[in-house]
Design a protein around this ligand. Structure first.
Ligand SMILES: Cc1ncc(COP(=O)(O)O)c(C=O)c1O
Length: 395
C-alpha cells in the first residue's frame, strides 16, 4: 500500500478519533454534528490495478473498482476517520447484528461520463438524505450527508478511469451501512460500519428497453404500513427474492407488488410505477402511488414528477391505483402507457401483467412508448451532461 502525499497514512490514527464528539446522547442517532469529515480522509492506494471489464458483457454488480471507502463508528469513540483503501473483503464478528437481525441499509446511485469527459452524479444529496432516513429507522448513527457525499466524490476521483466511456453504461455506487454489534442481543448497535463500493454497469435488463412482463398477485407483499418499505433496508430485498422466482415460474420477468384487499398497485420489482392514462374524470393524467410508507421514495420518481409538473401538459397526480382501476381502464381503452422508474433502468415500460390468470396487455408503440421514451431521453440527457441542469453534480 502506498500513502498519498499530504494525507496521513493508515496506522497513524490517534486513539481518540477526530470528529468523534463526546456528546453521544441518544446513542448519537439524531446528531450529525459529530460526523466524520472528508478533511480527515486517510487514503491507501492499491498497488495493483484490475483490468477494466468489457462494457458489452457487463453483468450488473459483478465487477468492482480498485478502491472502497470505509468509515467505522462506535458509541464509545464516535465516528472515526474515513478511509479509502484497496477493494477487499471485510472482517466481521460472527455475531454481527447485520448478519443476524438485518440491521443494515444501502443506497444505489450512479456516476456518468459525458461526451465532454466530465463525470457527473445525479441529485446525489437526495440519496444521502434517503440514506440518513434509513439509518434512523435502522437505529444506526447519524452522519453529515454533505461530508459523506464529499468522501464518495473522492473515491470516484480516485477510480475515475472506471467510469465507462459510454452513454449506455455508468459506474454504480453502492453505499452500505451495517450494524456490527458483536453480540446476539436484539438492540441498537453500539458499533457500525459505513462503506461504499463502486461497480461498472451496463443496461439493467437483459431485454434492454423492451417492455417487461409482470406477475401481479397478493400472495406476497413487499411492504406494509408501519414497516420499512419506505427505507432502503436489505431485509426488504432479501425477502422479495422468493416472489421474484415465482414470477419467473409464471413466465413473467418481475413482480407487480400489490397491497391491501383492494389490490393497490405499489411498485414494480425494485422500481416505482407510473400509469399514463385518461382517468375516471376523463382527464389525461400521469399517476403514481403516494408515499404512504409502503413505497420507496425513488429519486427517479421524484424527478419524473418534478419534470412533468414543469411541462404542465397533463395532470400529474400521486394517488392510489388498484388493479380494478387498471383493468377497467384497459377495457375502456383509457391506458396509454405504464412504466417503472429507477436508477438502474431510468424508465422501463410495462408490456403485460398476469393477474388472476388473465394477461392484461398494456398498449405500447412498438418498442418505444412516447412518454417513457421522452422521460428516458430528458433524464439521461441530464445525467450524461447533454443538457445543463442543476440536478447534475460534477465530481
Ligand atoms: C423498491 C424500490 N423502489 C423504487 C426504486 C427506485 O428508486 P430510485 O429512483 O431512487 O433508484 C428502487 C431502487 O432503488 C427500489 O429498490
Amino acid at each position: 500500500m502506498a500513502s498519498v502525499p499530504g494525507i496521513p497514512s493508515s496506522g497513524t490514527n490517534s486513539p481518540i478519533p477526530k470528529g468523534s464528539g463526546k456528546d453521544m446522547s441518544n446513542n448519537g442517532m439524531k446528531d450529525s454534528a459529530h460526523s466524520f469529515k472528508v478533511a480527515d480522509l486517510v487514503i491507501e492506494l492499491s498497488l495493483t490495478q484490475k483490468a477494466k471489464p468489457d462494457l458489452n458483457n457487463l453483468i450488473f454488480g459483478t465487477e468492482f473498482t480498485d478502491h472502497m471507502l470505509t468509515i467505522q463508528w462506535s458509541s464509545a469513540g464516535g465516528w472515526q476517520e474515513p478511509h479509502i483503501k484497496p477493494f477487499g473483503n471485510l472482517s466481521l464478528h460472527p455475531a454481527c447484528s447485520a448478519m443476524h437481525y438485518a440491521v443494515q441499509l444501502f443506497e444505489g446511485m450512479k456516476v456518468y461520463r459525458g461526451a465532454d469527459d466530465k463525470v457527473r452524479l445525479f441529485r446525489p444529496m437526495l440519496n444521502m438524505s434517503r440514506m440518513a432516513k434509513s439509518a434512523e429507522r435502522a437505529c444506526l448513527p447519524a452522519f453529515d450527508r454533505a461530508e459523506l457525499l464529499e468522501c464518495i466524490k473522492r473515491l470516484i476521483q480516485l477510480d475515475q478511469e472506471w467510469v465507462p466511456k459510454s452513454d449506455s453504461a455508468s459506474l454504480y455506487i453502492r453505499p452500505t451501512f451495517l450494524g456490527t454489534e458483536p453480540s446476539l442481543g436484539v438492540k441498537k448497535p453500539s458499533c457500525a460500519l459505513l462503506y461504499v463500493i463502486l461497480s461498472p454497469v451496463g443496461s439493467y435488463f437483459s431485454t434492454g428497453a423492451k417492455p417487461v412482463s409482470l406477475w401481479a398477485d397478493s400472495k406476497y407483499v413487499r411492504a406494509w404500513k408501519g414497516g420499512t418499505g419506505d427505507c432502503k433496508m436489505g431485509g426488504n430485498y432479501g425477502a422479495s427474492i422468493y416472489a421474484q422466482y415465482e414470477a419467473l415460474d409464471y413466465g413473467c420477468q418481475q413482480v407487480l407488488w400489490l397491497f391491501g384487499d383492494d389490490h393497490q398497485i405499489t411498485e414494480v420489482g425494485t422500481m416505482n410505477v407510473f400509469l399514463f392514462w385518461t382517468n375516471e374524470e376523463g382527464e389525461k393524467e400521469l399517476a403514481t402511488p403516494p408515499l404512504d410508507g409502503v413505497i420507496l421514495p425513488g429519486i427517479t420518481r421524484q424527478s419524473i414528477l418534478e419534470l412533468t409538473r414543469k411541462w404542465g401538459e397533463f395532470k400529474v397526480c400521486e394517488r392510489y391505483l388498484t388493479m380494478e382501476d387498471l383493468r377497467r381502464a384497459l377495457m375502456e381503452s383509457r391506458v396509454e402507457e405504464m412504466f417503472g422508474s429507477g436508477t438502474a433502468c431510468v424508465v422501463s415500460p410495462v408490456g403485460r401483467i398476469l393477474y388472476q390468470g388473465e394477461n392484461l396487455y398494456i398498449p405500447f408503440q412498438e418498442d418505444c412508448p412516447q412518454l417513457a421514451s421522452r422521460l428516458n431521453k430528458e433524464l439521461t440527457d441530464i445525467q450524461y451532461g447533454r443538457t445543463h441542469s442543476d440536478w447534475s453534480v460534477i465530481v
